[in-house]
Design a protein around this ligand. Structure first.
Ligand code: HEM
Length: 394
């Protein structure tokens, strides 16, 4: 019997998870799926199970374990850094970046993020209506913020958008994705040399001067960490901004409430993170000893995909979960994961999304969609969901 292929298509409302996984969540909770290369994985769909697995050491994130899930041809789980490691090595490397990713550091970047966002909104207002909110705001702003954080000169930031896109697409061949990764790595190593000679107040300078110089970090690890930050922080934030604004324009009452009362913005952003759940590749883990989930016995070496879009719509946790509701209260969503690997950049992402949504809502008071929902190009083929284009008018 052939297994259903992962990922199942999002054939329903484009904001909703693939209907097949909603059915699994309401039914058995877990389903075995076939991957592109003939391997299999268990897709876990319920909020409580996903959260429990992310806090359970019997599920490893170590990409060097034999048989660790390979999502797509170009994605080699062995060529990665701490996101694909277990503690203590994971914690040792993650700690080197922690200082730059606290709530306080993220807040200290808010004025700069506001400035970058305002510049992009100025340009949208000068050239439109209509305008594309993805190329005009959602993609360039997070890219510039990470570039600034890493110490990448602004005029070199364009290059990242192209490279991350090649690395992050199910549509890229193995060679294309690997080629883009190598190109990005070579660039970042060159940048680390420049920072060693002339350090600044940025992440790459800190890694070079504090850790590479003492032998605690190899150049290869440094480059992989920088690549991780670029990849993890760019399209995720962009996709969330685009889907958030798209959802708001489809809910004019909530849009008006947000405009009237900006103190609602942080709560609205949490709802966008839950509702959009952009990490549609799910999170992957490998089983290290026999364990039972939803009545199924998983054995050592089995791969597990924690499908966040379905978990964040779990009716047992969020009443009327399919509704977009900026006033929603309740448990924390799993959009940033959970446990020791929970998103390192979540405070920064929150500031970026809050600033983007607040600024667009305030500065474009007559904001409206320029195309019907069914004509929007959703990023079905990418690991990170979102929109290729979001035409707006005012
Ligand atoms: C809306 C935006 C974002 C979303 C939805 C998101 C989501 C996630 C999720 C679900 C994980 C957990 C991965 C796992 O357990 O396997 C994660 C990890 C991570 N994220 Fe984010 N992320 C976002 C933005 C960012 C930003 C802005 C950065 C940094 C610039 C970042 C850096 C990281 C890093 C370094 C990890 C690995 C943490 C670890 O393994 O200890 N992310 N992210």
């Amino acid at each position: 019997m052939s297994l259903p292929a992962f990922p199942a298509p999002r054939t329903g409302c484009p904001f909703d998870p693939a209907p097949a996984y909603t059915e699994v969540r309401e039914g058995p909770g877990i389903v075995e799926a076939g991957m592109w290369n003939g391997t299999t994985a268990w897709v876990v769909t319920r909020y409580d199970d996903v959260r429990a697995i992310l806090a359970d050491r019997r599920f490893s994130a170590d990409g060097t374990r034999p048989g660790f899930l390979q999502f797509a041809p170009g994605v080699n789980p062995q060529v990665s850094t701490f996101i694909r490691m277990d503690d203590p090595e994971h914690a040792r490397l993650r700690r080197m970046l922690a200082r730059k990713f606290t709530v306080r550091s993220a807040e200290s970047m808010r004025p700069e993020i506001q400035r970058i966002t305002d510049e992009h909104v100025d340009r949208l207002l000068e050239t439109g209506p209509p305008a594309d909110l993805v190329t005009g705001l959602a993609l360039p702003v997070p890219s510039l913020v990470i570039s600034r954080l890493l110490g990448v000169p602004f005029d070199e930031a364009e290059f990242f958008q192209a490279s991350t896109r090649k690395i992050m697409s199910w549509a890229s061949s193995g060679e294309e994705a690997m080629g883009a990764l190598v190109e990005l790595g070579t660039y970042l190593s060159g940048l680390a040399d420049r920072k060693a000679a002339d350090p600044g107040d940025d992440v790459i300078s800190a890694l070079v001067t504090e850790y590479e110089s003492t032998g605690e970090l190899t150049r290869q690890q440094l480059v992989l960490m920088a690549v991780l930050l670029l990849i993890a922080g760019h399209e995720t934030t962009a996709g969330t901004i685009a889907l958030g604004i798209a959802a708001l324009t489809r809910h004019p009452g909530q849009l008006a409430a947000l405009r009237a009362d900006p103190s609602l913005v942080p709560g609205a952003v949490e709802e966008v993170l839950r509702y959009a759940s952009v990490v549609q590749s799910g999170l992957s883990r490998i089983v290290t000893e026999e364990v039972e989930i939803c009545g199924r016995r998983l054995k050592e070496g089995d791969n597990v995909i924690l499908y966040l879009p379905a978990a964040n719509r779990d009716e047992k946790v969020y009443p009327n979960a399919a509704a977009f509701d900026i006033h929603r209260e309740g448990p924390k969503h799993l959009g940033f994961g959970f446990g020791s690997h929970q998103c390192l950049g979540m405070s920064l992402a929150r500031v970026e999304i809050q600033v983007a949504i607040r600024t667009v809502v305030q500065r474009i008071p007559t904001l409206a969609p320029a195309k019907p929902l069914q004509d929007l190009p959703f990023r079905h083929e990418m690991f990170v969901y979102g929109l290729h284009e979001l035409p707006i008018t005012w």
